[in-house]
Design a protein around this ligand. Structure first.
Ligand code: AHG
Ligand code: MN
Ligand code: MN
Length: 329
């Protein structure tokens, strides 16, 4: 099979976009270079000056910041920030947006969870980066709240990188979902998963059952239903939970089923961030024939009220997400 690099693929896709000026291609090129740098760091974590462990800082959510969180955040922010294609960058790790100086700014807005699954860094389990790209909406140079808080369906592109047994770069710009595997010897991403489609129904569910005591009765009933034996409705489902959203989502995308991070009595909005986790993965799964909900409303239909807003997340095959919505109503 002819080998297509990610750079070649992005350039070809650009031709599909009316009025494309090459800025999107330049932005994606910076993202993939940052991904290679972080991948190298992750794969060497633990050797020499250790990148393992904590920085001793906490982020806006009061979560401990791992050294790799900070390394990934700095790497993506630097390369994307100097690409000349974005006017603002928001990150799970940054309380405030980075506003790019006018003379170096472009028309895109870049949002990221620079390192997802960071509690898994020190135990050598797959982790990742999640990103989302919007277009600046308001005229003029000033970046406004309206630019930074857009409806999820306004995304121009979104994707994630998994630093796992292999480094995978998965993204969509609205023309299908495509995956690329990093060849570490050549330092190139090659097309390995063209046109990914999620099965309409699956036999896997993914949730942290350790939280069961905090769930609502409807959430408990939903999970009990998935575990009951009924061949007619292909139950019981199998449970898989890695604790890195990118890895749990990627398995769901390839095999079907549902990933759930519900709200609970202590945190009704759940744990996951709307703009850095729920919205980008909702855009990816929608372009692969799946869907995502907060349990009541589709993620793609929601406009966040705050950069660091959290959201319950039910994402995966249409069949299972619709089942979840019907039982949670
Ligand atoms: P992050 O490392 O970016 O904070 O994300 C961690 C998230 C997500 O990756 C995962 O699905 C979830 O935390 C796991 O949470 P629990 O450990 O509470 O199950
Ligand atoms: Mn995360
Ligand atoms: Mn993170």
């Amino acid at each position: 099979m002819e080998k297509t690099t990610l750079v070649q693929f992005i350039r070809r896709q650009e031709k599909l976009v009316d009025g494309a000026t090459g800025n999107f291609t330049s932005l994606m090129n910076e993202i993939l270079v940052a991904a290679k740098i972080v991948s190298l760091e992750v794969n060497c974590a633990g050797i020499g000056e250790s990148i393992f462990g904590l920085t001793g800082k906490v982020n806006v959510h009061g979560e401990e910041v791992q050294k790799l969180d900070e390394f990934a955040d700095n790497t993506f922010a630097k390369l994307v920030g100097q690409s000349g294609t974005v006017c603002a960058i928001t990150s799970e790790e940054l309380e405030k947006p980075i506003i790019v100086p006018k003379d170096q700014a472009g028309k895109y807005i870049f949002m990221m969870d620079p390192l997802d699954g960071s509690s898994n860094v020190d135990v050598n389990v797959s982790i990742g980066t999640i990103f989302s790209i919007y277009r600046k909406k308001t005229p003029g140079d000033e970046v406004t709240t309206e630019d930074l808080l857009q409806k999820a369906s306004e995304q121009v592109a979104a994707g994630y990188i998994i630093y796992g047994p292999s480094t995978l770069f998965i993204y969509t710009s609205g023309n299908g979902v495509h995956g690329f595997t990093l060849d570490p010897t050549l330092g190139e991403f090659f097309l390995s998963h063209p046109n990914l489609r999620i099965p309409r129904q699956g036999s896997w569910y993914s949730i942290n059952e350790g939280n069961v005591e905090k769930w609502t009765d409807k959430q408990k009933r939903l999970v009990d239903y998935l575990k009951e034996k009924d061949p007619e409705t292909h139950r019981p489902y199998k449970l898989r939970y890695i604790g890195s959203l990118v890895a749990d989502f990627h398995r769901t995308l390839l095999k079907g089923g549902i990933f759930m991070y519900p709200g609970d009595r202590n945190s009704p909005e759940g744990k996951l961030r709307f703009q850095f986790e729920a919205a980008p993965l909702a855009f990816v799964v929608a372009n692969a024939g799946g869907t995502a909900s907060d349990g009541v409303k589709r993620i793609m239909d929601h406009t966040p009220g705050d950069i660091h807003e959290k959201s319950p997340l039910f994402i995966g095959s249409v069949n299972e997400v619709e089942l979840a919505e019907s039982m949670l109503k």
